[in-house]
Design a protein around this ligand. Structure first.
Ligand code: ADP
Ligand code: MG
Length: 268
């Protein structure tokens, strides 16, 4: 699937494991999604870009069970998952990273990872586990796995550090590490580059590439930083005004006059 130089080949990837069709979502008078279509093919690192207000976050929220769409459908791994809450998606193999909440900030990195699978039981039960010492009583398998993931995510030295004390980049690593505790094939990342210094971004990119190439995990990444998109993603999907504008390798997409116009329109 990858060329000798490591670059993803054009149109790489297998069957569509995530597909969105005709998705609509309005907030009052604002049509955030107006017939969005999208497919993510197995084995790809697919990028999702578009000017501010294009609907990227709304799309992510509708795909990952945060808010239900008004109409349209979301399918993953052959199932209609429209409107499913996030804790039902993980067992199916779909997970998205979430910004660490204030509560999780008061837990250590190790505790955050050990909690990740338990959090899938649903938010209703989560408070039971959000007590000091609660995760320490959890079983060994979970502990062993958390240590393995900490090592992989290069967070081993920070295992007993409180999450709220981590730098922006380290928090992103921890968010991804939490997702890895769930063994999902498809990982949705919302702006992995935001607030991350270049050195840690390089680490994060290496981890994403390893997860993709060596472990066969598929990614859908929303990102503002075009350098990150250029390095990681193929194909790249461009959305504007709540729907898909075009899709293709970044080098082609960036030169597409309709894409340039969409971005300039956003600036004006
Ligand atoms: N919760 C909300 N309430 C009202 N309007 C919203 C809400 N979320 C998003 N919008 C509006 O929907 C549109 C798309 O927003 P968003 O999905 O955040 O775009 P992007 O992530 O691409 O910048 C924008 O006009 C935004 O103001
Ligand atoms: Mg957004």
């Amino acid at each position: 699937m990858f060329g000798a130089d490591g670059a993803a080949l054009q149109n790489a990837g297998g069957d569509a494991i995530l597909s969105v069709s005709g998705l609509q979502k309005a907030f009052g008078g604002v049509q955030a999604l107006s017939g969005m279509d999208l497919e993510v093919r197995r084995g790809t690192v697919t990028g999702l870009i578009g000017p501010n207000g294009a609907g990227k976050s709304t799309l992510f929220n509708c795909m990952s069970g945060v808010i239900p769409p008004d109409s349209g459908e979301v399918h993953a791994f052959g199932r209609n998952i429209t409107g499913w809450p996030s804790h039902r998606l993980a067992p199916l193999g779909v997970v998205r990273t979430f910004q660490l909440s204030r509560e999780l900030g008061r837990l250590t990195c190790l505790e955050n990872l050990m909690l990740a699978p338990l959090a899938q039981l649903g938010e209703r039960l989560l408070p039971i586990f959000l007590q000091p010492g609660a995760v320490a009583r959890e079983e060994r398998a979970l502990y062993a796995k958390a240590c393995e993931v900490l090592e992989f995510a290069r967070l081993a030295d920070l295992r007993d550090e409180y999450a709220e004390n981590l730098s922006g980049g380290q928090k992103k690593l921890l968010e991804l590490a939490r997702a890895l505790m769930l063994d999902c094939e498809l990982i949705l990342l919302d702006e992995p580059g935001a607030g991350v210094n270049p050195a840690l971004m390089k680490t994060l990119e290496e981890i994403i590439i390893t997860l993709n190439r060596d472990q066969g995990r598929t990614f859908l990444i929303v990102e503002h930083d075009m350098d990150i998109i250029a390095r990681l993603c193929d194909p790249v999907i461009v959305m504007t005004e709540g729907r898909k504008l075009t899709e293709g390798p970044f080098d082609l997409v960036r030169r597409d006059p309709t894409v340039i116009e969409a971005y300039l329109g956003g600036v004006a």
